[in-house]
Design a protein. Sequence first.
Length: 436
Amino acid sequence: MMTNQKSTIGSPRRLRVRGSHVNNSEKGDLIRKVVLGDVTLHQIDAMAPDVNEAVEIRRSAIEKLVEARLEHIGSAHMDYGSIKGKNAENIIGMAAIPLGVVGPIKVNGGHFKGAAYVPLATTEGALIASIGRGVKAINLSGGATVRVINDGMTRGPVFTFNSVVDAERFSNEWLPENLERLKAAAGATTKHGVLQSLKPIVRGNNVFVRFSYKTGDAMGMNMVTVATEAACAYIEAHFPTARLVAVSGNFCSDKKQSSVNALEGRGKTVVAEAVINAEVLRDVLKTTAEQVHDVNYKKNWIGSATAGSLTQFNAHFANSIAAIFLATGQDAAQVIESSSGYTITEVRGKDLYISVTLPSLEIGTIGGGTGLPTQREALSIIGVAGAGDPSGDNALKFAEIIAAIVVSGELNLLSALATRELGKAHQELGRNRPGA
């Protein structure tokens, strides 16, 4: 998972072709050069005879760099019996999405310290290159520092009562007094889920209760739903005037943009930061700290406020989040809350401080789509496939690596906007129509 890449060599030399394929000896030599850091991943395109050979060479190099077999990523075939009753219904085949890789990104995290390659699944030309340039700038400035601030998956049922008198007594007296009993009822349904806290909100004669759980390495949405149903059954049995209306009352808040997630967090709350020195800003990003800060303030803060944004004070968190989610089998619908967040910049002399805050990053390394063959292989590229030791460690590492990629993407887009290069990049990398 870790490697030290050297400065690239001069103009890449295209490999000789034997028939329709690269000579095996030269192919192996190129793979070794990539592993040693003498050739970068993107240079392979110019050195291979065609794109298909380049993909094979790049995949073989990544296999060696991360010590993982990527056979399913290389051939989009799978046992559909493994999906039935678990991941999808009415299956007619597979939808293939181009899968690229960036990195390695240097991360100084509370749980992950090192460098990781990160797979991105996308159909948006220029996105991977854009994030890759941000990764380069951050690596040259010492890497990203990342911390997980909070960890808790939530479910928010709604109860109704005869009157506000019962609602108030339930919220202020009964719930605090019975917290341990509710923990036991919820805990009886799961080996890994642990109820941490309850937060009630009264609205008329209704009470919304936000249950928050530790869920180990799983994203945990199904886990906490089952656990909360058990706790709700206990509530109805022991507080006779309480009637459960729905196990999800939108106070969770799942698959929706919400202020409660932005303020209190859901899943992992993560902050990633970096200080980009003036030379890197000048040589790699072709800009200055003042220019990037000006774009961030006027676009992400004044612009978002003018548009009426509640939780989206960033340039394009969703691009990085969606690409990683699709690659690694996360719940794609949770991109909406997982990509909420804030980009903060400061001018420090001639250097630039940049940070991203992701209040509600909902991810896991086990369960759901993470067990599908290509998605598990993508997680193995990062080095976080399966359960961690101790439980929850892989998901926390994954969260820190994702945040490092998000700050890389933000840095590059803000720089491209500052230098008016955004349209040019999409013209060169994101348009494939003849004459476009």
